[in-house]
Design a binder for this molecule. Structure first.
Ligand code: TMP
Length: 215
């Protein structure tokens, strides 16, 4: 029987460099012969792409917090069903940008939704799936949001007040402190991309060393 794969998530405030780092990590693991599957939320599946458009579009101004939350959960359910779970079952390393922790940080602490309810719905969406390792890419939100919106127009979430993004960052740091065995915090502000990548790679290698890999 194939050994179950490894589930790695990258989390963090907007503009913390998750996509760049997920790409570098996946490339390096692949070059070493590991089977890697990449995904991201919202939008890692074709259904998810359509949900992403609805969620982030600035035309969706009237969207209430609960609707926003449930759309993220729907996107996640599809991602788990279509991409993450099949890849883990096939023994692959899944590198995912954002997962349940994003909903706890953004919709829970950011929008003020009940944290237990956020977790409960996410347990349904993910069938209880929890990452083996979560890399929290930390950044001062004032810098992060500026960086994220340097190259594109701010989407509906990025447009929120700085206070919202500050709550998101604090929530992430709190979650990391509560689950130090799952989270590794990586400071990204003012550091070069490759330096951050090395730190990420070291954390991932430590996890992979605990598993036996078939040649
Ligand atoms: P991205 O820019 O990292 O692709 O994510 C899009 C936005 O969606 C980003 O501002 C974070 C937000 N988000 C949530 O608010 N809740 C979630 O559950 C997820 C996955 C993302």
């Amino acid at each position: 029987m194939t050994q179950r794969g490894v589930f790695i998530t990258l989390e963090g405030p907007d503009g913390s460099g998750k996509s760049t780092q997920a790409g570098l990590l996946a490339e390096r693991l692949e070059s070493e012969g590991y089977p890697v599957t990449r995904t991201f939320e919202p939008g890692g599946t074709s259904i998810g792409k359509r949900l992403r458009e609805i969620i982030l579009d600035n035309k969706s101004t009237g969207m209430c917090g609960v609707a926003e939350f449930l759309l993220y959960a729907a996107d996640r359910a599809q991602d788990v069903h279509e991409v993450i779970e099949p890849a883990l079952e096939a023994g692959r390393i899944v590198v995912a940008e954002r997962f349940v922790d994003s909903s706890i940080a953004y919709q829970g602490y950011g929008l003020g939704m009940d944290i237990d309810e956020v977790k409960q719905v996410n347990r349904i969406a993910t069938r209880g799936l929890v990452p083996d390792l979560t890399l929290l890419l930390d950044i001062d939100p004032a810098i992060g949001v500026r960086r994220a919106t340097d190259c594109h127009e701010a989407d509906r979430i990025e447009q929120r007040e700085l206070d919202f993004h500050v709550s998101v960052r604090e929530a992430y740091l709190m979650m990391a402190a509560a689950e130090p065995e799952r989270f590794t915090i990586i400071e990204t502000g003012g550091r070069c991309v490759l330096e951050v990548h090395e730190e990420i790679y070291t954390a991932v290698t430590k996890l992979l060393e605990t598993r036996a890999w078939e040649d």
